[in-house]
Design a protein around this ligand. Structure first.
Ligand code: PRX
Length: 690
């Protein structure tokens, strides 16, 4: 189905759509719809691109789906394998009706992703190339590491970890801000076959404890504090609380390795637990700068990353080594049209999947120079990003729509006072990018010169799934365009039947790809139930999608109880369970609501314990309970006092009605007669602006 769409698209003479667009401009006519607005890459760009035309894409795509084994093993052969994989390049069963869901790629192959990121690039003569430029929170505070230096630092930490007894398969929790030490820690774990679990350093002590209790690490790696903008965050104190909580529950962590982040806080000021806490700077530099590699099977776990789902408990998404390595490297190369001379900056934090696949692994596997930034993009002012772009001559800039929208609000002058002439490719991730933000990003940031790769993917997918390939495709602002090589997305209806042509429905994938997650840590049943049961035979993404007449994909957002706030996934159930833990909260129902900057905001309906009056102080303490239990990024934007919630007679909360009230679409409430008590709706409406 997809092939047919692409084939018809590929027949368009290059530049054909331009006529439509130019005509519209010349005639001053509005385009029939946003979907018709085609933006072409320049010929100069296309000529130098890895994939220079729809025809070339089609050729590669066709092979990737008709001969996945051949396509991916050719690419995999470019990496170093201690031992080659077995006869069968991949094995998959995505059909729950046929038994256990199972995905394997390159099984039997022995490799190491850290070796492929560092040693392999050094051996090919890139040892003195900059691997990482680090930009601190304060302008002027920066440093860099070459590939040689990075390897030495990684080896020192790897040797230490081995020394304290961390072995292949052991979990290591990393709770660090965007310091060099974060990718160093990830790579050190990978080098010795340990499984890292990075927890975003904006998560609260409770969330961190929950993750620690689930994966039971021998060691937690953190730093004492970090400055974000003008605010200081005491990370070590959060870790102390989390470790206390997990110890209460019988899970003890032997070591808390703490980096002294001098620019934020001096060592002497940091609370210390003797016997457990170790200063990074005291021990790591003493270790040798070389460390033998632990060769692991392609299917051995590389990392765990917890993400939100529609039920309360975060899911430990597990990625393995070989397929993930091949997939992140390949997607990075093609979707950003990466060349060895590029300087690449992704604004994501390594605490999220984007930071795993496209700050650390994908770029380093390609031998790229990566910029990482410790601070806040609006500090000291809204021009900071472009200051960094000019400073390091960034050529590929990858960010989230929420940042684009917030900078757009600050005005063009913050952008135009910087040159940005080094930029050649822009990228977007995390949520649908609305066409007006797309255009601003394209016209103002990229001076109408840089294609935008709007990459659709997920923690679970490991890497890009639907993405433009700059230079190949005319773009449509707001569309993620076409699938990456080897990815076979389908749109299905409620019954799980594939729909053809122009349509809208649920986005599924019908075959495996190397970067796919293999299970949810310790809960394969939940893995099967969440992703493979709704539409048997397919991986279900949880997203809605429509396809236009030209075959372009338009992601329409989550269709489950997951809210996407500033590109961060938050389960409504997680926020609800935090709210109801407040002693004065009887019940809570949370929905997502459109938000100008964040994409979606969190809107919470809260019923209080009998006799408790609603007050501003109570509202603040309800918000606080969510901040403390999950993290500041999950704080509700609005608390709506609800003497009652709209429930069916069987007691089910009707979220559909709550969503309409939250977005003030009061004339679209629909049928409320099935509610146990229809008068609660009027009550809620009356209290909307309290
Ligand atoms: O709803 C989709 C949205 O983000 C979800 C995945 O979130 P997470 O696992 O945290 O990973 C974020 C970074 C990959 C998806 O289910 N999403 C991500 N990228 C896009 C997107 N929605 C639309 N367009 C995108 N480019």
């Amino acid at each position: 189905n997809h092939l047919r769409h692409v084939e018809s698209m590929a027949k368009l003479p290059s530049g054909a759509g331009k006529i439509t667009r130019l005509n519209a401009l010349i005639l001053g006519e509005a385009l029939a719809s946003e979907e018709d607005d085609l933006v072409f890459p320049s010929e100069i760009f296309s000529r130098q691109a890895h994939v220079s035309s729809p025809q070339k894409y089609l050729e590669m795509y066709r092979r990737s789906v008709q001969d996945p084994a051949g396509f991916w093993s050719d690419i995999a052969s470019e990496f170093y394998w201690r031992e080659k994989w077995g006869q069968q390049v991949y094995f998959e069963n995505l059909d729950i009706r046929k038994g256990k869901i199972q995905i394997e790629w390159f099984k039997g192959g022995m490799t190491n992703i850290c070796y492929n990121c560092l040693d392999r690039n050094i051996e090919s003569g890139n040892g003195d190339k900059i691997a990482i430029y680090w930009e601190g929170n304060e302008p002027g505070l920066d440093s860099s590491l070459t590939y040689n230096q990075l390897l030495a630092r990684v080896c020192q930490l790897a040797n230490y970890l081995k020394d304290i007894g961390v072995r292949k398969g052991d979990a290591v929790v990393i709770y660090l801000p965007m310091l060099m030490e974060l990718p160093i820690a990830m790579l050190a774990c990978a080098r010795i076959g340990a499984v890292h679990s990075v927890v975003f350093a904006g998560f609260s002590a409770e969330s961190l404890a929950q993750r620690i209790m689930d994966c039971r690490p021998k060691v937690v790696i953190t730093c004492n504090a970090v400055m974000r903008g003008s605010k200081i965050i005491y990370l070590k104190e959060i870790v102390d609380r989390a470790l206390m909580e997990s110890a209460h529950n019988g899970i003890n962590t032997d070591v808390c390795l703490t980096y002294e982040n001098k620019s934020a806080m001096k060592k002497e000021m940091t609370k210390w637990i003797k016997g457990r806490d170790i200063w990074w700077q005291d021990v790591i530099p003493k270790y040798p700068v070389t460390c033998d590699v632990e060769w692991v099977d392609a299917e051995d776990p590389l990392f765990l990353l917890y993400t939100s789902g529609s039920t309360g408990k975060p899911k430990g998404v597990l990625h393995t080594t070989g397929g993930y390595m091949v997939y992140t490297a390949t997607t990075f190369k093609y979707a950003f049209d990466y060349k060895p001379t590029d300087i690449y900056w992704c604004t994501a934090d390594c605490g999220w999947i984007t930071g795993h696949s496209y700050v650390t692994y994908g770029p380093l596997l390609n031998g790229a120079t990566v910029v990482i930034f410790e601070g806040a993009p609006s500090y000291p002012d809204a021009g900071r990003c472009w200051d960094i772009v000019d400073k390091f001559k960034v050529s590929i800039f990858y960010t989230a729509p929420t940042l684009v929208r917030s900078l757009m609000r600050e005005g063009d002058e913050h952008v135009s006072r910087y040159s940005r002439k080094s930029l050649r490719v822009l990228g977007s991730v995390g949520e649908p990018i609305n066409p007006s933000a797309w255009r601003w990003f394209f016209n103002v940031v990229g001076d109408a010169r840089c294609p935008i790769s709007d990459t659709w993917w997920q923690t679970e997918t490991g890497g890009f799934m639907i993405t433009p390939l700059p230079g190949a495709w005319p773009q449509k602002p707001g569309s993620a365009t076409f699938p990456f090589f080897g990815v076979q997305p389908v749109i299905v209806d409620e019954k799980g039947v594939e729909i053809e042509g122009e349509c809208s429905g649920y986005l599924c994938v019908k075959s495996s790809w190397p970067g796919a997650f293999r299970t949810l840590y310790g809960d394969h049943e939940r893995y099967e139930a969440t992703y493979f049961s709704a539409f048997p035979g397919y991986y279900f993404s949880g997203d809605g999608c429509s396809r236009d007449k030209d075959g372009y994909c338009w992601l329409t957002g989550r269709v489950d109880d997951v809210i996407n706030v500033s590109g961060h996934r938050i389960g409504t159930a997680e926020v609800e369970s935090a709210l109801v833990s407040h002693p004065q909260c009887a019940e809570a129902a949370v929905v997502g609501v459109e938000h100008e900057v964040k994409g979606q905001g969190i809107y919470a309906f809260v019923s209080l314990v009998e006799g408790v009056p609603y007050s501003d102080d109570l509202r603040k303490s309800l918000v606080m309970v969510v901040r403390n239990q999950i993290g500041a990024f999950a704080a509700p934007d609005k608390i709506h006092w609800a003497p009652g919630l709209p429930k069916t007679r069987s007691g089910k909360i009707m979220r559909r009605i709550l969503r309409k009230i939250a977005s003030r679409q009061l004339d679209e409430l629909g049928d409320t007669s099935t509610l146990a008590d229809p008068t609660v709706v009027d009550q809620l409406i009356a209290l909307a602006d309290c």
